[in-house]
Design a protein around this ligand. Structure first.
Ligand code: K7E
Ligand code: CUA
Length: 674
């Protein structure tokens, strides 16, 4: 995707420069005074934002949580990338989450967050996000803001059209961006047309911990780019954009831009379910992983799966139709009524809009222009509802408000264009800085947009912020869409490359946020529930240390008897039962990361000492006035030494501990961090 955008930027560079000059001098766009705009995004100290916004991290592989309208960054959720900041993918509990059929994959490229929905309306139970490079879908639990499940997608390469949800999150999807041999095999690349295919995967998503590939649909060897579920009148259908119907396999920027039209594939997944029930799908061998966190022990396990159900449209008449769409379409977006399917033809001069009802009629009347692999091609004139004329240059993505308006991002001309569904007239345009990719309206992809704001996610930042060397932060811009004219409110820098985002009113989900993990529910096999509950044991060359963390010490805090050649496992439990009281754990010379421990949580870090000596460990999260006292030592002896294995498990008397805690707690309320 990035490469394609840069290509477009390349060819559009001259146009872009011209448009920006024009845009800056245009009246009517963003004509608020600075003071007005500032007051509209001002969230007073101690007050909360109206919306949670979830922006993908793009090439950082994670998920970002922002407040709107302030644009304040609240959290980065670890998903597909190891994160030494909190130990994600480094500690023993979470390492299995990053297992794939290719082994341990500690990074991915996240593009499209998708909030779970009920009846086509975001419900804030979960957030899904795709891994684009090694195709995967992750589930984030919005009570803990943690990734709890990751499913790998087999028979796929480039999980880009993902993980868009059906109206009640029965399914989320993943479509191959790159066609590949299926099953993958050692064949000449020149045999593309003969051997390469695409797949559309439907993944069951409504049962946490049980994500599974319900079925895959085998498709022609094109590139599948984006997708959206039908809703309301078109519930039961799914729409995917494709490009490279030329089936080029080299120099795609030229060779995949030959055809005047590519396709939007319309998939009747209810029909697919019928064909599968009738035994038309084939179970084929596949190798992929399902990784899931146990909610009580909070330990992840990785399971291998060995088969997947594949449906060939040849065996299921009526499951897929192709709608010709100009030209190398990118986004495909369905309006809140479910009637209109808007394609973003990134090289097209118009925005083509298909009509769902006309599509059904065309199918009924068999208005076909031939077929590809038994998939009927519908006549363009038979499905098209209208075209937005002169919308701007490089239309990519469209979102909707609740009043029948659509908003399309224009990559090349760097603007958001507002237009009317049905009349297709352009109503307003506002420049954005610069080269916008996705845009997002809270609920703007759903049956019931909340509207009010629009976030433009821009690819190129240039002069918008203080320079920080060759790489600048990507920029998001917040636009007020509550009136007839769009008004620019705020720029805010982002991390990585947010491609897409979701947002939901904070009032709908903030009360669900978990405050701490209950120690009494902690079933981790090495959990410690009391200060005296720690322990130490040797199993061959492995030394297990069970340790409690509490303001402001570790118990035990002195360990002796480990030897060079041992693998030491620190199992640390934060025994606090209090909101926002975290501890950290870091040991000198560790080759992985620290641990960050939520209240009530157990985490394990592996440490392999290389030389004899005494090594300190300490708490890395400023937890109390005596945080800096929260430390300990581990003594390492030469291999074969006769120093006995021991730990001081209860050296402090209970009263000493109590006194220290009281001081610490009082301190943590009145002092800032050190
Ligand atoms: Cu347009 Cu990956 Cu959805 Cu980038 S994608 S912008
Ligand atoms: Cu515990 Cu700092």
């Amino acid at each position: 995707m990035n490469r394609r955008h840069r290509f477009i930027l390349g060819i559009g560079g001259a146009v872009l420069a011209g448009t920006l000059a024009f845009a800056c001098s245009r009246p009517g766009a963003g004509n608020l005074t600075a003071g007005d705009a500032a007051s509209r995004v001002y969230v007073a100290p101690g007050s909360h934002d109206e919306y949670y916004a979830f922006l993908s991290g793009g090439f950082n592989g994670q998920m970002l949580v922002y407040g709107l309208p302030s644009g304040r960054l609240l959290k980065m959720i670890s998903v597909f990338s190891q994160n030494p900041e909190n130990g994600w993918g480094y500690n023993e509990e979470t390492k299995p989450m990053l297992e794939t059929s290719h082994g341990f994959v500690p990074w991915d490229d996240t593009h499209h967050p998708a909030l779970s929905q009920t009846d086509g309306i975001p419900d804030g139970r979960w957030l899904f996000i795709n891994g684009n490079n090694t195709p995967r879908i992750a589930r984030i639990d919005l009570t803990t803001y943690e990734t709890t499940e990751i499913l790998e997608i087999p028979n796929a390469a480039g999980g880009h059209a993902s993980p868009f949800t059906t109206p009640s999150s029965k399914y989320v999807v993943s479509a191959t961006r790159f066609s590949v041999p299926i099953p993958n095999a050692d064949v000449p690349i020149e045999s593309y047309k003969q051997n390469f295919r695409g797949t559309l995967s439907f993944v069951t998503a409504d049962k946490p911990g049980e994500m599974d590939i319900a079925f895959q649909i085998m498709m022609p060897g094109y590139n599948y780019d984006l997708g959206r579920a039908g809703k309301a009148v078109s519930d039961g259908w799914f729409f995917f954009s494709t490009y490279n119907s030329e089936q080029a396999y080299t120099k795609l920027e030229v060779n995949a831009s030959q055809n005047d039209k590519d396709f939007v594939a319309a998939v009747n997944y209810v029909r697919a379910e019928e064909c599968i029930a009738a035994g038309e799908a084939e179970a084929v061998p596949a190798n992929y992983r399902h990784n899931v966190v146990d909610p009580h022990s909070r330990v992840a396990v990785s399971h291998q799966r060995t088969s997947v159900r594949v449906l060939d449209p040849e065996d299921c008449e009526g499951v897929v139709y192709l709608m010709p769409t100009p030209k190398s379409p990118h986004g495909v977006d369905v309006d809140p009524t479910g009637e209109y399917i808007v394609a973003g033809g990134k090289l097209a001069t118009v925005i083509p809009v298909h009509s769902f009802s006309r599509m059904l009629k065309a199918i009924e009347d068999r208005q076909f222009d031939g077929d590809i692999d038994d998939i009927p091609i519908l006549k363009y004139e038979a499905t098209i509802a209208g075209e937005v004329q002169n919308p701007g240059l490089g239309p990519l993505h469209t979102e909707f408000d609740a009043n029948g308006n659509a908003y399309t991002s224009m990559f090349i001309s760097s603007e958001i264009v507002k237009w009317k569904l049905g009349s297709w007239e352009v109503l307003d345009r506002i420049p954005v800085y610069y080269s916008v990719g996705h845009l997002m309206i809270p609920g703007g992809d759903s049956r019931k947009p909340w509207g009010q704001y629009l976030v433009a996610m821009n690819k190129i930042t240039k002069d918008r912020y203080l320079p920080t060397g060759p790489e600048l932060a990507h920029a998001a811009q917040l636009i007020d869409i509550s009136g007839n004219k769009m008004t620019m409110l705020l720029d805010f820098p982002t991390l990585g490359e947010p491609h897409y985002a979701q947002a939901i009113p904070a009032s709908l989900i903030k009360e669900n946020s978990l405050r701490f993990h209950r120690l009494s529910d902690n079933t981790h096999p090495e959990a410690v529930r009391t200060l005296q509950g720690g322990g130490i044991r040797r199993e061959g060359k492995r030394v297990h240390i069970r340790m409690a963390a509490i303001r402001s010490h570790f118990a035990p805090d002195n360990i002796e008897g480990a030897q060079v050649g041992d693998t030491v496992l620190f199992h640390v439990t934060n025994v606090e039962q209090d909101w926002d009281i975290l501890h950290g754990f870091a040991v000198m010379g560790a080759n992985n990361s620290e641990l960050i421990l939520g209240p009530g949580e157990t985490r394990t870090i592996k440490w392999v000492p290389r030389t004899p000596g005494v090594f300190p460990f300490y708490c890395t999260d400023f937890c109390s006035a005596l945080h800096q006292e929260m430390q300990g030592y581990i003594r390492v002896s030469p291999a074969g030494s006769n120093v006995t294995l021991k730990a001081n498990l209860s050296e402090r008397s209970a009263s000493q501990v109590e006194r220290a805690r009281n001081v610490a707690n009082a301190g943590s309320l009145t002092t800032g961090g050190r």
